[in-house]
Design a protein around this ligand. Structure first.
Ligand code: I3P
Length: 126
């Protein structure tokens, strides 16, 4: 059963570039290192690509996989105190991964915050 995933799980809800820094992995703190990431949100996960979308697509053959973040049970919150940059929010996953996302452009970061928050709120918590 469940061989064919529901169509909604496959649908991309939003994609674009943001500044990203992963600051914890499995609860273990990492050195903050901001970089531009191509970000793809679908109903239950976010994928972070290191390269542009074009490069990511052309790299499919090389097996260059994006970092995938399960949104089930994840938390999202503004994180003013975690950076000297403006417009930073944090996503924390059930597995203890922490990501900061940032854009200098107010409406872009607001759109992303609400899109991710809506996706999380629609999902079961575990
Ligand atoms: C970090 C780098 C980050 C900065 C961070 C620094 O230094 O400058 O950009 O975060 O500040 O520690 P390094 O490259 O030497 O690791 P913000 O840009 O988000 O402020 P922090 O330690 O206060 O988080």
């Amino acid at each position: 059963k469940d061989v064919i995933p529901p169509l909604e799980q496959l649908m991309v809800e939003k994609e674009g570039y943001l500044q990203k820094a992963k600051i914890a992995d499995g609860g273990k703190k990492l050195r903050k290192n901001w970089s531009t990431s191509w970000i793809v949100l679908s109903s239950r996960k976010i994928e972070f690509y290191k390269e542009s979308k074009q490069q990511a697509l052309s790299n499919v053959k090389t097996g260059n996989k994006p970092e995938s973040v399960d949104l089930c049970g994840a938390h999202i919150e503004w994180a003013k105190e975690k950076s000297s940059r403006k417009n930073v929010f944090q996503i924390t996953t059930l597995s203890g991964n922490e990501f900061l996302l940032q854009s200098d452009i107010d409406f872009i970061i607001l759109d992303w915050f609400h899109a991710i928050k809506n996706a999380i709120d629609r999902l079961p918590k575990d």
